[in-house]
Design a protein around this ligand. Sequence first.
Ligand SMILES: O=C(O)CCC(=O)C(=O)O
Ligand SMILES: [Fe+2]
Length: 331
Amino acid sequence: MSERTISRPSSIYEPPKLAVEGEIVSKAEIEYFKEHGFLFKRGLIERGAVANALERAWDSLIETVPPSKESDWELKRDDPMTWRAPQWSKLPPADKSGPFEGRQRTVAQGRGVKMHEIGNQQFLLDLVPNHPKIREIARTLLADRLKKSERTRGIYAIFPAAQLSAEEIKQRLGGASLGPHTDRVCQQLNACVYLNDVPPRSGGFTVYPGSHRIMFQAHRFESNWSPTDTFGDAMRKVVSTITPVEFVGNQGDVVFWHGRTVHTAGVHVGEAIRWAVFADFTEDREILDADAHRELGLYEWFKDAKMFKSDLEVTDDMWRSWRLGAPAQDR
Ligand SMILES: O=C(O)CCC(=O)C(=O)O
Ligand SMILES: [Fe+2]
């Protein structure tokens, strides 16, 4: 798809002051979300709760992702010097059938680790999709009646590289390491929660502002994966014309983004691990079952983004399914 189009370099996101004291999402924030496709909310989750989740993320990593026996690399959670250039053992392949079909329970590839299997644990459900503030924001933006959350996608870590040469750093800052894409299945509203502080150029989640409007029009249906034959061109247009923004943030900050937004893991030339939880929100509508997803080649067990049984055709009005702060009884 787009992976081969080289991205423009990302810039660090500078959040405008749009929040209004006492309002969970201000009118200005709703307008901003419509225009740009995302909303960055600082300090949404209490640091203590996030710090506990981060400890559990480490426990899980150490338990499920062993270092390669062929290398002398050792990982120590309290020693950041050991975090660079991880060398993992090969993890069990994805199941060929059954509930975990098609995707490894944990994926450890180079510097990226995606711990999907723990994504349905209660502490993660409580921390992210069921967190009162996060849920309230998702309800205000998308729909008063959201699908009950069954899981998050899990915890996604990006490890620091070995010492990079000046040339390698230059290339990465130039956009060479970015992998812009959109997600499939059923895309309405997503969230990325930082489990640790994420300084500049340290793997911060990165989005292409306004790309949701372009990519929305490159689908047949509003939310279900349904790319039209303009999809590739739309992607190339986004990646070649929009400067992506990287979210620098703190533990407990949250990025909400429209499901059609083009995004990527950010440039990482830093020294720390980027720890984040990704979650999906959809309206509470009738959905296809697991086998129907398999038949469509869209069985992604680690996402709470199931295809709607029937979806609306794309029109010029991309917001007709969205609440966008309207009174709940109007929907
Ligand atoms: O880890 C990240 O920052 C991005 C992950 C992502 O976009 C994905 O897994 O679809
Ligand atoms: Fe993605």
